[in-house]
Design a protein around this ligand. Sequence first.
Ligand SMILES: NC(=O)c1ccc[n+]([C@@H]2O[C@H](COP(=O)([O-])OP(=O)(O)OC[C@H]3O[C@@H](n4cnc5c(N)ncnc54)[C@H](O)[C@@H]3O)[C@@H](O)[C@H]2O)c1
Length: 588
Amino acid sequence: MEITTVGVVGLGTMGAGIAEVCARHGYQVLAIEPDADSLERGRGSISRSTERAVTRGKLTDTEREEVLSRISFSTQLEDLASVDLVVEAIPEDLDTKRELFGQLDKITPPHAILASNTSSLSVTEIAVATSRPARVAGLHFFNPAPVQAFVEVVRTVVTDPSVVDDLVAMARSLGKEPVVIGDRAGFIANALLFGYLNQAVSMYEANYASREDIDAAMRMGCGYPMGPLALLDLIGLDTAYQILDTMYRQSRDRLHAPAPILKQMVTAGLKGRKTGRGFYAYAAPNSPEIVDDGSAAGAESNVEPRPVQSVGVVGSGTMATGIAEVLAKGGFDVTLVARSESSLTRALGALDKSLEKAVQRGKLEAADRDGIRARVSGASSLESLAQVDLVVEAVVEEISVKTALFENLDEICKPGAILATTTSSLPVVELAAVTSRPQDVVGLHFFNPAPVMRLVEVVRTVSTSPVTLATAVDVTQRAGRHPVVCGDRAGFIVNALLFPYLNDAVGMLEANYASADDIDLAMKKGCGYPMGPFELLDVVGLDVSLAIQQTLYREFREPGFAPAPRLEHLVTAGYLGRKTGRGFRAYE
Ligand SMILES: NC(=O)c1ccc[n+]([C@@H]2O[C@H](COP(=O)([O-])OP(=O)(O)OC[C@H]3O[C@@H](n4cnc5c(N)ncnc54)[C@H](O)[C@@H]3O)[C@@H](O)[C@H]2O)c1
């Protein structure tokens, strides 16, 4: 069927974008809102958005005029009497949507396809409110609709296959990559996204970390385009609440039960960008500009840090050499301590190679390299750390090895020296407890490769003193890294939010809801992630991922965190990802 005229009902966050993207691709659009005021607001959104596209050079002025001329606005549903397709984008409420579809069924011509942009509601239940359930489907766009190149086409058990084909063709004509899937709450992307968003809200609600730090951690640690709280503000907290509520009712997974603070914020009118206030404050309703509301993070900045000039790094692996490089680049005098002369030679060799690479890539001047290198000295005995101001430990991830090391460091290092661990999964406080200076022990969780990744999770235990925390933050900043402060629990911020999502993706694959390719595509194109979950799992290593997920499960006892059986089976079979040539995918 040829689609030329599209009705868009509801011009809020999503509808305005959907109307715009249809008009930009040549469709005649009839845009509907229930009253004159909201219609004006919708028209204003489209006008501003296309204006921004002109400013950014994505549209010319003439093109913009043409786009706008293709959209007509109305408050009368009856005006949809001759459309080929309706995309509904009204609030996420089943009864309202069913009522609207009943009306649309009477108004639109019999050949018209009725599509819902619902994020989580049952398309089947919406379809049966009409006399043409075979011509009803889901057409789920992503926010912002003009930007995200992904669309989920949701078919119910009664959707006519030709309707699915027509919607797929239509989505392609809009420059989107469509994936066809069955009718399940959250479909692919939201089912994987919202558990994560909800967890992030719980972290914020529990004061585990500040909003800025949670968001920065996920942007810098995972390369996501937005942090979870800023994204929720964009989605709209009312919509997010409805989506989670629907998902919870279907899954009965506690992780989908909306975090209580979401309801409080919605009730208070803090719905995100659309009301000018959500987790952040915005310059005006619908403005993307975050303004200072006096509650930004940084309480530790009131405390004067201790002076730190000389630092020790213990270990000889990838993390240790990377951290030594970062600290030396930051102007610190670094003593790198390895277990033996031979491992020291190897570690210093790796450091030289990394610096050399930076010079070759034009990222570092040769003279600077020599300066940096001159600041690093090597040693094979911990005794050489007697006078340093701070030690970062990056030895093997085994608690017995680390506690023995901390006992030694405690004896050797001068009073007041800070002892930091870069552990990714062990409790920092266990290391603090074996020393006589638990107030001076802190976590400094660098990411791999340390010279590239700017994020550092600064982990404070119940014993860490404010001055130690302030010093750790200061050192991280002076080393050109971005510190985020969090408490001492499994996964810190990034892994605690990342791995359950990866595990959920494995669960979705196991349930045969979608293929690994479609799931990867959904997260990359729908959410702008740099890699899909299966690509990432294969890179990280399935054994490493399983171990992290097990740690999270043991710590939080959340049934939803239980490692997916498929992940365990692949590890048992020795399919560990890229490093063994086979994981979720096979590699050459
Ligand atoms: N916000 C997102 O990121 C996102 C992403 C994908 C899909 N969705 C889905 O899209 C739909 C719309 O969500 P939203 O975030 O755009 O909501 P929104 O609250 O921003 O906008 C809804 C719009 O619908 C209008 N409206 C209400 N009742 C109407 C009616 N009977 N007829 C016509 N217009 C009506 C409202 O005035 C409002 O402008 C929901 O089903 C949501 O789940 C949202």
